[in-house]
Design a protein around this ligand. Structure first.
Ligand SMILES: NC(=O)c1ccc[n+]([C@@H]2O[C@H](COP(=O)([O-])OP(=O)(O)OC[C@H]3O[C@@H](n4cnc5c(N)ncnc54)[C@H](O)[C@@H]3O)[C@@H](O)[C@H]2O)c1
Length: 346
């Protein structure tokens, strides 16, 4: 099935094309990781292959990509391609934003997470001095080629990690998608191609609409961070081991829903329904780290906002809002105990 979407993201037109099976894009230099090169690398021109995984998101590897472009005399009108998960999409996009002050960029996302999230919206970057995505740029792809069939070879945990973002996106902006996830769980888990493609198309439509309206995250783009404040704190506290990003976001959504209910903004029925969906897909919601363990991750927020922490909360289905919450309330919801004193101020 071919369905095309397009968005105007801060003056760049991003076209999204759906194809059945992924293949290498027709670019002068294409970045892969070792897995995506093996799976989808046939017939490509100049290739840069990076080791798989987050540890490849380095400045040194950006240098490698740029060096390859320069050594073959690639011009500004040519394109860098990226075939892979979020790591490769972020790397290819960052390199493209720098080469000759910006060359063409075509992304072929091959993980569910990259299809529904990382390939769209212009955020690029590398990890730097131990900080995730500390150095980067804003550079939307001109073309994104989505082949839902690529998810067939994904390890189960990577697929599920992407599904957490799908559930998040449904809660933020697509009730039909939410229903689909509830009612067609076995087709989703079996990675039925038509179901997966519909899911991806719906997620891209929601994210595209949001980043188109607010590319630089001055307002509504922040809503895409539902579950991320708690989730990121958990990832940091656990040293990025034991939890995939998606698992941490799913847990974080659970805590954000709990916080919303305690502050009287989230309908208890919605919380129950969303938690049931997250649990149905096997996400762990019951972890209760202490506030002290997560506090360092909240420090910057707290300093900036006089002791308040900004959370994205679900006020209803497809009604999420950024809300400032007192530190004590965050601590209470982590312990899942009583002690919520203040009401939220939206
Ligand atoms: N720019 C953004 O807006 C944005 C948004 C979300 C996440 N991200 C970034 O995305 C990254 C995480 O992305 P990810 O979860 O895709 O991780 P990833 O890119 O490391 O891919 C996960 C693993 O799956 C393998 N893989 C990829 N496609 C495959 C396929 N079709 N079959 C089998 N194996 C395959 C990869 O080789 C890798 O080992 C993080 O660095 C994060 O910061 C960026």
């Amino acid at each position: 099935v071919n369905a095309d979407l397009s968005f105007d993201i801060a003056g760049t037109r991003t076209e999204v094309h759906f194809v059945d099976q992924p293949s290498a894009p027709d670019c002068t230099v294409t970045v892969f990781d070792e897995n995506t090169l093996r799976l989808f690398g046939a017939g490509t021109g100049t290739v840069v292959s990076l080791p798989a995984g987050e540890t490849s998101k380095t400045w040194e590897n950006i240098h490698r990509v740029l060096e390859r472009c320069a050594s073959i005399g690639m011009g500004r009108d040519a394109s860098i391609g990226g075939v892979g998960g979020g790591v490769i999409c972020d790397m290819a996009a960052f390199a493209a934003s720098l080469y000759m002050r910006g060359c063409g960029l075509v992304l072929v996302p091959t993980t569910l997470l990259a299809m529904v999230d990382a390939s769209l919206g212009g955020k690029t970057g590398v990890d730097f001095m131990g900080y995730k995505n500390l150095v980067g740029s804003f550079y939307p792809a001109s073309r994104i080629v989505v082949a839902a069939g690529a998810v067939a070879s994904l390890p189960e945990r990577e697929y599920l990690s992407g599904l957490a973002e799908v559930i998040k996106t449904a809660l933020i902006g697509d009730e039909t998608l939410f229903l689909m996830l509830e009612e067609r769980r076995s087709a989703v888990m079996a990675r039925d191609p038509a179901t997966v493609e519909e899911m991806i198309r719906r997620c891209i439509a929601v994210k595209g609409r949001i980043v188109q309206e607010d590319p630089r995250e001055k307002g509504i783009r922040a809503l895409l961070n539902l579950g991320h404040t708690f989730g990121h704190a958990l990832e940091t506290a656990s040293g990025f081991t034991g939890w995939t990003h998606g698992e941490a976001v799913a847990w974080g959504m659970g805590r954000a829903l709990a916080a919303g209910e305690r502050l009287g903004v989230t309908d208890p029925l919605l919380r129950r329904r969303a938690e049931a969906l997250l649990r149905a897909y096997g996400f762990r919601l019951d972890e209760r780290p202490t506030y002290a363990a997560l506090a360092p991750a909240f420090e910057r927020d707290k300093k900036r906002r006089g002791g308040k922490i900004r959370l994205v909360m679900a006020y209803g289905m497809c009604d999420v809002r950024v809300t400032e919450v007192a530190e004590g309330d965050v601590a209470a919801v982590l312990a899942d105990g009583a002690g919520m004193k203040e009401r939220a101020s939206p």
